[in-house]
Design a protein around this ligand. Sequence first.
Ligand code: ADP
Length: 401
Amino acid sequence: MNNVFVVNAGSSSLKYQLIDMESEQVLVSGNCERIGIDGGKITYKYFGTKKVVETDLPNHKAALDRVVDLLLSGETKVIDSIDDIVAVGHRLAFSRVSPCSNEITPEVLKDIEATTEMFPLHLPGMLTGIRACQDTFSGKVQVAVYDNSFHLTMPPKAYMYAIPYDYYKDYGFRRYGYHGTSHRYVSLRLAKLLGKPVEELKIVSCHLGNGSSLCAVDGGKSVDTTMGYTALAGLMMGTRSGDIDPSLLLPMAQKAGLDLEGIHNVINKKSGLLGVSGVSSDHRDVENACAEGNERAQIAIDMLNYQIQKYIGSYAAAMNGLDAVIFTAGIGEHSPGLRQEVCRNMEFLGIQIDEEKNAANHGDEEEISTSDSRVKVWVIPTNEELMIARDAYAIYQSKQK
Ligand code: ADP
């Protein structure tokens, strides 16, 4: 059996999937929560059944060992031996250097550790997850899949900031972009669905969730994306402001009596849909408030739709053409209203949406443009775990040769 174990580790949680790489079916998925805190809990979903195990999870290794017990024994058993798992794929936020996924060698681990400064909240949890897997799955290929790798193909004109060059050279201050695994997955998937090589397609991929980003994918390569050095940039999001005038930060701090950290907190946690609407960071709640006539909610929704339209237009210009727009992630998959508004008045670009198909689509993989729309519009549910598993499996296979 050729299964890959996919891990997305946080400081107190560890999400996992076990994927059979021959059928690409998810055998098991789940989450270990409250690791290192009282009241640990493991959810374990297998073949349509869900089991919840409440047990103290003192650390990530203990949590993984419990999951392996569940995989190997009792009613929850899905594999006979740990050797039925050939590789482990880890979701990581960032690599400064690696344009693709790679095996976690001691040198690679050092590179990853060196980025802790940029991700002080998330990286320590991810690193703990890697170390625990190296222990529990010792001898298996461990592969790192980075959220920004896909964007390392961007040209300097897209990734440079117009600040003194030394800041780029000395500190690496440039656009990096995130959600790369998702943009890569949906653009490859679209090429397959259209029966065309991805090299021949110009795509704008819209990943719209709590965090949102758009990506211009030209010939299968990311040529521009909305997120920047951090995941704050670009579109307004659930609680993040997206792009604002950077010179606003100083008067904001003075008026609100906040220091730099306080302002950082405001633009990351109190802005976006939540900040403008005053209702919620959740797009569903804000849409519902609009339907009840809430004016601020309507402004927030209008702003988001408008920003997405502007980026689609600018990316069509950047790529000198557009063949397809993809909507994915929580909002992209589940909000017909957003898709309808974003595609309104875009006929000049060749985008025409089939309103009935769009209204009926709540996350199905489907084309929602009219048959004569020059630009194809698709809803494609993202599947970052499968992409991670594929990369891990490919590296495992290359090592067998
Ligand atoms: P994250 O960035 O945390 O992975 P998601 O991709 O799950 O986020 O997206 C969360 C957003 O998707 C929320 O704003 C939520 O309102 C919106 N959404 C709308 N409908 C649904 C749905 N049926 N399921 C999940 N999310 C939905």
